[in-house]
Design a protein around this ligand. Structure first.
Ligand code: FAD
Length: 388
């Protein structure tokens, strides 16, 4: 038995289990072998991206009529977990595709959906989500990048920063200020990031080296009015609704990496002999593994609850924000413990544990920090007047 219950979860419908078995087999055979190589080269192999697209994993949230799978949120989360287990950084690709697709499907008109969604589902376009700015990360309602109306067009100027796939993305949801009114003055645009006036500058990062995190500069970039997504000044609600979904997916991506790490440490606990017996025979080795496996399973249920609520059209902000602060944190702890239990080999690049640790930390920050997601939960639980 592994900690990845998805490979054999008896509570899932048999159709979902068959699909997930195929996804896990694909991830193990096609993705996991390149995880460390992607870190070394700082890029994702084109043939791996093509295989992920061909498997249909970038169109999970796109309705069938737009070239996607029409999968529910729970299935999307379980696939994210499987991918996070094999190559954590490809999890960003699934998350971005699902998040951007969800916003587009919910807010676009029919013509826009037909134009924007199929290229994401087919893997021809890696989409970015551009919200953070050099002076405004957690305080996203304060963003300053401006979109100014010019006839039927808009002209965007300013810098977005810390953008996942900022170096690779050909299109992106850009959130820009269209009126001075805080959260009520932000509009979403689906921008062509290959347009004149867009330039990019990469970060040199601790982890997530293959995702091309970058700053993206807009120097008077002209965007047609047909690329406004939803109503003008309604963008903030769109991105926050998107985060409620993505925060549960991110939880599962992290838990996938955590369960892979704990499974590797369990194998070590069986194989490694010290003082004449497998190290797992020591409670000091076995019990931490059990504790991490327990945390992983509990956090996984929390993520799946958030996604099931989403599937039923019910509020899920509390559950997804709980998942977002807890799952990455416990996954970092699990990868750290697994590294230590693998001894000196765990510390080397022969094993992927050190890389997982570096990689998971990125998603403690990305898409909202622990303090910010706890603040959201506190507002729901305590009431706005009694919370940070
Ligand atoms: C790997 C990675 C990928 C990312 N991908 C994207 C992306 O694709 N698109 C995008 O738009 N952004 C992306 N980000 C940016 C990310 O969303 C921000 O880093 C995050 O929201 C925090 O913003 P900040 O870095 O500006 O930190 P700040 O907002 O400056 O916060 C600094 C610290 O202060 C704390 N803090 C701030 N305000 C409060 C408060 N009121 N109460 C308590 N603590 C507080 C924060 O929790 C944090 O620990 C990514 C970041 C990383 C690391």
């Amino acid at each position: 038995m592994t900690t990845a219950a998805t490979t054999n979860d008896p509570l899932l419908p048999s159709e979902t289990r068959e699909f997930l078995d195929a996804v896990h087999a694909f991830c193990e055979a096609r993705l996991r072998p390149h995880y460390q190589e992607h870190d070394r080269t700082g890029t994702l192999r084109p043939e791996v991206l093509a295989a992920v697209a061909e498997m249909g994993l970038l169109g999970l949230r796109a309705p069938v009529e737009y070239g996607g799978q029409g999968a529910d949120a729970v299935t999307t989360g379980l696939v994210c977990e499987a991918v996070g287990r094999a190559d954590f950084n490809l999890g960003y690709l699934l998350n971005n595709s699902a998040l951007v697709t969800d916003v587009l499907v919910r807010s676009c008109d029919e013509r826009q959906r037909r134009e924007f969604v199929p290229p994401i589902a087919g893997g021809e376009v890696i989409p970015a989500l551009l919200l953070t700015e050099p002076e405004h990360g957690s305080d996203a309602a304060a963003i300053e990048v401006a979109a100014v109306a010019d006839g039927s067009d808009w002209v965007i100027t300013g810098e977005k920063t810390s953008i996942t796939f900022g170096m690779q993305a050909r299109s992106g949801l850009v959130f820009a200020r269209t009126s001075p009114d805080g959260a009520k003055g932000i509009t979403a645009f689906y921008a062509d990031l290959t347009a004149d006036g867009v330039t990019r500058a990469p970060f040199a990062d601790l982890g997530g080296r293959a995702i091309g995190r970058a700053s993206v500069h807009f120097d008077h970039v002209r965007i047609g009015g047909d690329r406004v997504i939803g109503a003008v000044d309604a963008g903030f609600t769109q991105v926050m609704q998107g985060f409620e979904f993505a925060r549960a997916l991110i939880g599962l991506i992290c838990l996938g990496a955590a369960s892979a790490s704990i499974d590797e440490a369990m194998q070590q606990a069986r194989d490694r002999v010290a003082f004449g017996r497998p190290i797992g025979c020591n409670q000091g080795v076995a019990f931490p593994l059990v504790e991490h496996a327990t945390h992983i399973m509990a956090a996984r249920l929390l993520c799946l609850r958030a996604l099931e609520l989403k599937d039923r059209g019910l509020p899920h902000a509390v559950e997804s924000n709980m998942a977002k602060w807890w799952a990455p944190q416990l996954s970092v702890a699990a990868a750290h413990e697994a590294l230590l239990l693998c001894g000196h080999a765990g510390y080397s690049e022969d094993l992927p544990l050190g890389q997982r640790l570096r990689d998971i930390i990125g998603l403690e920050l990305g898409d909202g920090t622990a303090q910010i997601t706890k603040t959201v939960v506190a507002r729901h639980l305590l009431g706005r007047d009694y919370a940070p």
